[in-house]
Design a protein around this ligand. Structure first.
Ligand SMILES: [Zn+2]
Length: 237
């Protein structure tokens, strides 16, 4: 028996809408108003996330990028990014910014620097979320503790960080998942504040092409720990 072509299935279930940098496949159950709202918001976010990372949008090739949007009633916001597509699922009444910002940042960093170690990849995405969104105080915290608190707890009595910076599975091994996001975003905050965006760009370009982290940062492990500790202290909790 002949298999039903996938395209036919997509055309039946989804409605296509285009903007400058995105092509949306929105599920047919998505409210009509979102078909004009989401592309506008996406283009605004496109500029905002480049600005937050001090990147020039003209240097990001994004034409082929496809963004799927699926509306779902009963689940929390969820997103997934690959090199070709970006899937965001969100309940109809939710704030859509958060999963989109996070996943779009993943695609942007991938396009710029290739596959980064998980700590950098998730750290940058969560840093962008935290910097771009002013609502939702809870996303800056876990159990009432801020990113600075988790970073301080992590760095206390610790004389090695390279395992966490370099391991691809650090998000499954170390702390509970959400504090790991806070910790990783605190690290990116530290890099941006202490050394500036150009330094972050250079590190990402180097670690993306599998250069050792200490070589990429041109700092030894004790120097990284000392500078990160100092940043956390100065920031307070
Ligand atoms: Zn992520």
């Amino acid at each position: 028996m002949e298999k039903k072509p996938e395209l036919e299935h997509i055309l039946h279930e989804y409605v296509t809408t285009c903007s400058d940098h995105y092509r949306f496949f929105m599920h047919r159950t998505v409210p009509a108003a979102w078909h004009s709202k989401l592309p506008l918001q996406a283009e605004e976010r496109w500029l905002r996330l480049h600005a937050l990372l001090s990147l020039d949008p003209r240097q990001t090739e994004w034409q082929e990028h496809i963004c799927y949007f699926v509306k779902c009633e009963h689940i929390a916001c969820y997103g997934h990014a690959s090199t070709q597509s970006l899937v965001c699922v969100a309940p109809v009444d939710s704030q859509l910014e958060r999963p989109f910002l996070h996943e779009e940042t993943h695609v942007l960093t991938y396009k710029r620097w290739g596959m980064l170690p998980a700590f950098f990849m998730e750290g940058i995405a969560h840093y962008v979320e935290r910097s771009a969104i002013t609502y939702g105080h809870e996303m800056q915290q876990h159990q009432g503790k801020s990113a600075g608190f988790w970073a301080s707890a992590f760095l206390e009595q610790r004389d090695h960080v390279l395992d966490i910076l370099q391991r691809s599975d650090c998000f499954r091994r170390e702390m509970p998942a959400y504090p790991m996001y806070l910790l990783a975003s605190n690290f990116i905050d530290f890099i941006m504040t202490t050394y500036g965006p150009q330094f972050l760009h250079r590190c990402c370009a180097l670690v993306g092409s599998s250069t050792d982290i200490t070589d990429a940062m041109q700092l030894s492990e004790p120097e990284i720990i000392a500078a990160w500790r100092q940043f956390v202290q100065e920031q307070g909790r």
